[in-house]
Design a protein around this ligand. Sequence first.
Ligand code: C2E
Ligand code: MG
Ligand code: MG
Ligand code: MG
Length: 277
Amino acid sequence: RAKANPAKRICFYEETMDQAVRERRKTMQELRDALARRQFSLHYQPQVDIGGGAITGYEVLLRWQHPERGAVPPSEFIPMAEETGLILPIGEWVLREACREAATWQQKHRVAVNLSAVQLVADLPRVVARALADSGLSADRLELEITETAMIRDPRRTTRLLEELKALGVSIAMDDFGTGYSSLSTLRAFPFDKIKLDRSFMAELEASPDARAIIRAVLALGESLNIHILAEGVETPAQLDFLRQEGCTEVQGYLFGQPAPMNQQRPTAASLTLAAG
Ligand code: C2E
Ligand code: MG
Ligand code: MG
Ligand code: MG
């Protein structure tokens, strides 16, 4: 029957396409208004020193509260913001807001802000310098997280940019290490202060000897290149034990706290155990 009327099927298909395109366009328009409507907020997730359980810093994670759809995950709206260029004003807002909040904290923890590849443009050092100056946050408390895939587009230009940023006194972390494909050469080429080992390795740690071997190798590499390693996505005491045994010094993950607004931060049982020694 479908064969008898192909035109009808094509028509139906186009309607569905149309609907998807319309949905997308609507979300983009809403994303465009989200800043002005104050629908964005910042969540913070602690980063913890394995040794004494002390909080070393907080990673800033952007949240979009949509009036009808509720919380939209960053994996959905960040790519859209990147495609439309909206990530520039949104990213600048995140940076300024994070610096402003961190400057008011009683304890002078570091604050780590994610940057999209799209934000790695000539203007960035000026934007960062202005966020620091306007908030009064000291530069050594700001860390910028950049994924390795963001680096490879134009490595020479990016190196210069990162060096300009470092000259301001901020530190640079490579995010999601191990998921891209330029890992080792990228490490040598760029002036990273820290590597964040991707959470996919933690997820596989218990079941996969290969994952354990990779984690060991990355920790050894960090030691010989003199780059600090943080393990992301630590959820279980077994993962923590393995990391500690292998000489990892800094961790982040649900075991130590979910991302939450700053005034809702609570130490978890695991953080308290670490702190108690
Ligand atoms: P990311 O920078 O690698 O951030 C870590 C992600 O892992 C966060 O997801 C966090 O909630 C999640 N996570 C933390 N601990 C655990 C754990 O123990 N287990 C598991 N399964 N997940 C954990 P989130 O908040 O959904 O953010 C996803 C990604 O969106 C981020 O990955 C980052 O790439 C991007 N993103 C978030 N905020 C911003 C922002 O302000 N600017 C930019 N450019 N990107 C952002
Ligand atoms: Mg990150
Ligand atoms: Mg990450
Ligand atoms: Mg990620």
